[in-house]
Design a protein around this ligand. Structure first.
Ligand code: NAD
Length: 351
């Protein structure tokens, strides 16, 4: 299962190599592939270890570990969320992750996951919308035009057939950045003066803002019937985007309820408020959208299985693509029990 057969050498995908891999395949193809990998793993949901992510909160942000295993491979992601970071020239979200073989416990991949998280989050959003959005939806409002935004836009184009994107951000510089980056993508772009304007004619509404508070990006009167809401930015206790009344009118779909009840929009609701697990829709055990006037809401927080799928995808790509470097990461004494002797021999060699 390892790339080289040298168990002490772990393939490492740097940011530079991740960019090369994504540019080689094309971002839309990568996100379409990732959606397929996530869908395949959601179909075998019951074979995974599942736990809400382990979160370490501070006044300014959160640092999280997201582990899971399918019994054959184990993966985890380290990820942060610091909305104030952009004001300091740093990103809100950065990440890296590791995939290991359960049989030996040895790692088989270490990779940057800042870019990969943006790709997998967008792939997940589009996969959910494929199952929930109104049939034939072509217009999406994109509220919050930061680091994740272009990925979301291109995933919805590639996977859901979105052709028109209506952009809004409190900071018009972010919207202009999005317009520039998406020029030539084939998407028809409209910059809007406020969230209401962005939502005009949109069948899909994506909220992807960053603010460590119970924000109200959308109020109840802004949301008409029949739309699909892809709520990405509310993903921490005390950090939401939608007014509670919208939730009460919506059919709510989630990744893993024990985590989403802590972190998602539904933290605003009673603990027993009914939600549908997306894997059950994907496997046909639960209904997705049942009528044209229904408001469907994907209360996205990001779950470990999606990162596992992304790690699995990158690992598979590295079997045929050269975008990794060997990392001397695992000590490898000739006699496995002589770890200290290996240190002594290194000392003797250096002397
Ligand atoms: N659900 C998931 O799986 C997942 C994955 C990655 C990131 N996220 C979350 O998505 C959000 C966006 O991430 P990012 O990396 O793009 O952050 P970012 O800081 O790069 O961008 C956020 C944008 O939101 C804008 N914004 C803030 N308040 C707004 C408001 N009231 N109305 C309109 N725009 C507003 C900011 O100006 C900024 O441009 C974050 O909250 C992050 O934690 C969720």
């Amino acid at each position: 299962m390892t790339q080289s057969g040298d168990f002490n050498i772990v393939p490492f995908v740097s940011v530079d190599n991740m960019m090369k891999l994504v540019l080689h395949l094309g971002p839309e193809r990568v996100m379409t592939d990732l959606a397929d990998y996530i869908e395949a793993d959601f179909r075998r949901w019951e074979s995974f270890d599942k736990t809400p992510r382990v979160a370490s909160h501070s006044d300014v942000g959160v640092i999280e570990l997201m582990p899971t295993s399918d019994g054959e491979m184990y993966g985890f992601k380290y990820v942060n969320g610091h909305p104030k970071n952009t004001r300091e020239g740093l990103q809100t979200v950065t990440a890296f992750g590791l995939l290991a073989e359960v049989d030996t416990g040895y790692p088989i991949l270490l990779t940057e996951m800042t870019i990969l998280t943006a790709l997998r989050t967008a792939a997940m959003s589009a996969l959910a919308a494929k199952h929930l959005a109104p049939r034939g939806a072509t217009t999406m409002a994109m509220i919050g035009n930061g680091a994740q935004a272009e990925f979301q836009a291109l995933a919805f184009k590639a996977i859901c057939g979105v052709t028109h994107l209506r952009l809004y951000d409190v900071d018009s510089v972010a919207t202009r950045k999005c317009e520039t980056n998406l020029a030539g993508s084939g998407l028809n772009l409209t910059a809007c003066a406020n969230a209401e304007e962005a939502m005009e004619g949109a069948e899909i509404i994506t909220t992807c803002t960053a603010d460590k508070q119970l924000a109200t990006i959308l109020t109840d009167n802004m949301v008409g019937s029949g739309v699909h809401i892809n709520a990405v930015g509310g993903d921490c206790p005390g950090k939401t985007e939608l007014h509670r009344d919208i939730l009460l009118r919506s059919s709510i779909f989630v990744e893993y309820p024990p985590q989403t009840r802590i972190e998602g929009e539904i933290q605003q609701l009673d603990r027993n408020h009914p939600v549908t697990e997306l894997w059950q829709v994907i496997t046909g055990r639960a209904m997705g959208r049942t009528d044209a006037r229904q408001i469907t809401l994907f209360d996205s927080v990001g779950f470990a299985i999606e990162d596992f799928s992304a790690l699995r995808y990158i690992h598979d790509q590295l079997q045929v693509l050269p975008y990794s470097e060997p990392l001397d990461m695992i000590a490898d004494p000739d006699d496995p029990r002589d770890l200290y002797g290996m240190l002594l021999r290194a000392k003797a060699k250096a002397a």
